[in-house]
Design a protein around this ligand. Structure first.
Ligand code: COA
Length: 540
């Protein structure tokens, strides 16, 4: 592989302006992450109550379980942002991947300082998404349960459908049967449906005095049977560990319980993070020769000004080395091989609109990676496939469809990062959420929508004008419609709107992207080789 020769002038005034603008985006990201940790309406009061009861904050709990000096990859920290009156930081649940005794696990931990840890629609989506990540990457799950169960006022959005509560229990039971450890620590209420999280776990630890499991709490028992009963007597740690056997271990403090989880994890006989399997091509990693921090200056402060994907790749891959595929053909897509933290990957990045040749080149490249069992990384920055008379006549619809079909059928691990725009069918061909990449992250400058706000304004005004034929339309009225559409598209394509709804697995700082992807690839490297597809390479 050759080292990419960068053409970026890091001393230029434009570069400096871009850096300044991007640093503001990163500062906003950090502020909003802080909101997820401590912010939200009435949160101070809830946090104080939580701490006064001697309970530990959710992220500190995770810290007490994972190995010292190892990273925790928190997912979708900003889920719920701007929803539910901004009163549900993180959606009231923390998920992520961390190491315990050298083995990676997915963590699903309720945050009792947000609506008593009850599960809002976004929380159940996040819970199920974390389980899906565990399933795809062959990871056990550690549930830190401190939850009021279903968020009752919105029960129709969390209870009945596929991937609602039932779906979470279905996944838990199936993962356990597949030998992926399901371990619960109960240090809060587990009422009704919530009781099934520990009940379906392989091993359960309850913390005395604060952990409770019951199908119906004391008020329900009183209403149904007229029995008046103390919550600990009904479903506390002693009762469940010594009488019912719903729990396997009792801990007198949370800290003791987290020590016990680590003990359990030492006996799961699961593959460690460094247990790389032979199918994954890996060599000693090297840092990029070009500093990742340059990315701030490469991305223009004006999102309409394009940037070169190759310059981004140079700042993300080992030694900034890249072996391009078909570099002279279909140049609106860059394809090639590189290494990230030592793992060989096939990288596909956009340089603007996708033309027919570029779609065919990407299809060919995806098939090569599929045949050679090389994971794929998609770097999305496109306004979509080319439109217009010439393009249609050249068959852009069928060429784009070949790329979409190749992505859908590739069985190697796929990863996607939104480094700029993700518009139209470009989102599909470049492995958007619907194409089930193992992980999908976005940068704070990214945008995602059917089309950009400028285009939407024109298209929708034309459509509405067509519908208003014969009626009086004034310039003022059209201007009003235009402003309304623009505002809608700008709001809905904003990365915070997207991440709040879990259209991605989190917003990340461009500088951290290489490390995040390195961890994701390491998870795949310890798995057996995925069953291959048909493996034919058609020359496009
Ligand atoms: N649905 C909606 N909101 C809930 C909730 C639920 N299942 N459980 C708790 N909350 C909310 C409370 O309304 C309160 O909201 P606020 O901060 O806006 O005032 C907040 O969570 C904290 O609840 P609170 O009862 O004050 O805290 P607590 O620490 O004393 O008790 C629980 C926490 C979870 C033990 C208790 O709230 C509880 O038993 N909840 C109901 C459990 C239940 O029956 N679930 C059935 C699920 S099917």
């Amino acid at each position: 592989m050759r080292q990419i020769a960068s053409h970026v002038d890091t001393g230029s005034a434009v570069f400096k302006e871009n850096v300044e603008a991007y640093e503001k985006l990163v500062a906003t990201l950090r502020d909003r992450m802080e909101w997820a940790i401590r912010g939200g309406e009435n949160r101070d009061r809830s946090i104080e109550r939580h701490l006064v009861r001697g309970k530990i904050m959710v992220r500190d709990r995770i810290d007490l379980v994972i190995d010292d000096h190892t990273p925790f990859l928190e997912l979708s920290s900003l889920s719920g942002y701007g929803q539910y009156d901004n009163a549900a930081p993180g959606g009231g649940i923390v998920t992520g991947v961390g190491l315990v005794e050298g083995v990676p696990y997915v963590f699903i931990a309720n945050d009792a300082t947000v609506k008593g840890g009850s599960l809002l629609p976004v929380a159940i989506k996040k819970h199920v998404r974390a389980q899906q990540i565990a399933d795809e990457n062959d990871l056990g799950v550690i549930y830190l349960v401190d939850s009021g169960g279903a968020f009752l006022p919105l029960q129709d959005e969390i209870f009945p459908d596929k991937d609602h509560f039932g779906g979470s229990f279905y996944r838990q039971a199936r993962m356990s049967a597949r030998g992926l450890p399901q371990i619960s620590v109960v240090m809060g209420g587990c009422t009704a449906g919530g009781a099934y999280v520990p009940a379906l776990s392989d091993e359960v630890i309850m913390v005395e005095g604060i952990g409770r499991i019951f199908l119906g709490g004391p008020p329900i028992v009183k209403a149904a049977l007229g029995e008046v009963i103390d919550p600990d007597e009904l479903g506390g740690a002693q009762m469940h560990t010594r009488v019912s056997g719903v729990s396997d271990y009792m801990a007198s403090t949370e800290r003791e319980a987290y020590g016990r989880v680590r003990e359990i994890c030492a006996t799961t006989n699961a593959r460690r993070i460094d247990d790389r399997q032979a199918w994954m091509d890996w060599v000693e990693p090297q840092p990029p020769a070009q500093p990742p921090e340059d990315i701030y200056g490469i991305i223009s402060a004006d999102h309409r000004i394009p940037f070169d994907a190759t310059e981004i790749i140079a700042r993300m891959v080992d030694g900034s080395k890249f072996s391009p595929f078909k570099p002279e053909w279909g140049t609106s897509i860059i394809c090639g091989f590189a290494r990230i933290w030592g793992h060989l990957v096939g990288v596909i990045g956009n340089n603007g609109i996708i033309f027919s040749e570029a779609a065919l080149k990407a299809t060919h490249f995806i098939e090569l990676c599929e045949q050679r069992r090389i994971p794929l990384l998609f770097l999305q920055n496109t306004s979509g496939y080319m439109v217009g008379k010439d393009s249609e006549a050249a068959g852009i619809a069928k060429h784009g469809a070949k790329m979409v079909a190749a992505v859908a059928n590739a069985t190697v691990p796929k990863y996607t990062v939104l480094i700029g725009g993700s518009y139209g069918a470009g989102n599909y061909g470049m492995c958007g959420r619907g194409f089930e990449p193992r992980f999908l992250f976005a940068w704070p400058n990214s945008r995602i929508a059917t089309m950009a706000a400028d285009t939407a304004e024109t298209v929708l005004v034309d459509i509405r004008e067509g519908g208003m034929k014969g009626a009086e339309t004034t310039e003022e009225h059209l201007a009003e419609i235009r402003a309304e559409i623009r505002s809608q598209y700008e709001t809905q394509s904003d990365p915070y709107y997207a991440t709040s709804r879990l259209w991605d697995d989190g917003l990340i700082d461009p500088v951290h992207t290489r490390d995040v992807l390195g961890l994701c690839l390491a998870l795949a490297a310890r798995q057996d080789e995925p069953a291959p597809g048909p493996g034919i390479v058609y020359r496009m």
